[in-house]
Design a protein around this ligand. Structure first.
Ligand SMILES: C[S@@+](CC[C@H](N)C(=O)[O-])C[C@H]1O[C@@H](n2cnc3c(N)ncnc32)[C@H](O)[C@@H]1O
Length: 233
């Protein structure tokens, strides 16, 4: 993968960035996503934010190698601190981090959001707490997808602030739109998760120390929901 050939995962994220956006890509690593979008003329400008020095330097290198210094600003910053008021950001991507990390970045940096930005999030696990934050902060999920690449099931969640929105626990767990659409990739993901959860329950049954009742109840609830979703016995 590079700034010309994105992974399927980042290509699917790129497809959700509105044309002409002023993009902030937080946790940008090599800045492949913003640079690919700029090379195609798909966005106007970008900020690439990185908290760690080595990926920050990699992002600077990609921008320099592509002669895009005038339109991509690379900032060494924690989360949304990479965004400055004058940037006029209209879309934020956060990809390849845990859902709880993305949620924490949104929580810590909420003051940097104007509420006008589209959020395009690609969490690696931890989707329910992220959806919970979106709901609590009046973001409606406008697009969701699951894709499989390198034997891993990735989720993409796109949200915009729209006013109060209410999702039930099952919708927060599976994703409200995915629950309706039930794409083949979505169903395959949950077959994989069901297998893992059943293995976990079997391990719990054999554990020498008692598993906390709340943990057991949580996994049992998940197995019940997933079995119902898949019509599994
Ligand atoms: C696995 S990489 C993903 C890179 C790229 N976004 C992608 O999806 O291919 C995650 C990156 O997020 C950065 N990161 C983690 N927490 C961050 C934070 N609070 N603020 C900015 N960057 C962060 C890490 O340094 C790392 O480079």
């Amino acid at each position: 993968m590079n700034q010309q050939t994105l992974s399927m995962r980042l290509a699917r994220v790129a497809a959700q960035v509105p044309a002409g956006a002023r993009l902030a890509d937080i946790g940008s690593d090599h800045a492949y996503l913003p640079v690919a979008l700029l090379r195609r003329g798909a966005i106007a400008t970008a900020v690439a934010g990185e908290v760690a020095v080595t990926p920050f330097q990699a992002a600077e290198r990609t921008v320099r190698d592509n002669g895009l210094e005038a339109v991509v600003t690379v900032r060494l910053a924690n989360g949304l601190a990479a965004i400055e008021p004058g940037d006029g950001i209209t879309a934020i991507t956060m990809c390849g981090m845990g859902g709880e990390t993305i949620r924490d970045i949104l929580l810590a940096g909420a003051g940097r959001l104007s509420g006008q930005e589209r959020l395009i999030l690609q969490p690696n696990g931890g989707e329910p707490p992220l959806r919970q934050w979106l709901m609590a902060n009046h973001y409606r999920i406008i697009h969701e997808e699951v894709l499989r690449e390198h034997r891993f099931d990735y989720e993409i969640i796109v949200a915009e602030r729209s006013g109060p929105v209410s999702y039930c626990d099952r919708e927060l767990y599976f994703g409200p739109l995915q629950l309706q659409a039930r794409s083949p990739a979505f169903l395959l993901k949950w077959q994989h998760v069901l297998r893992q959860r059943r293995k976990t329950l079997a391990q719990f049954a054999q554990a020498r120390q008692a598993v906390p009742a709340a943990k057991l109840a949580e996994v049992n609830q998940q197995v019940a929901w997933i079995s119902e979703l898949l019509g599994a016995p």
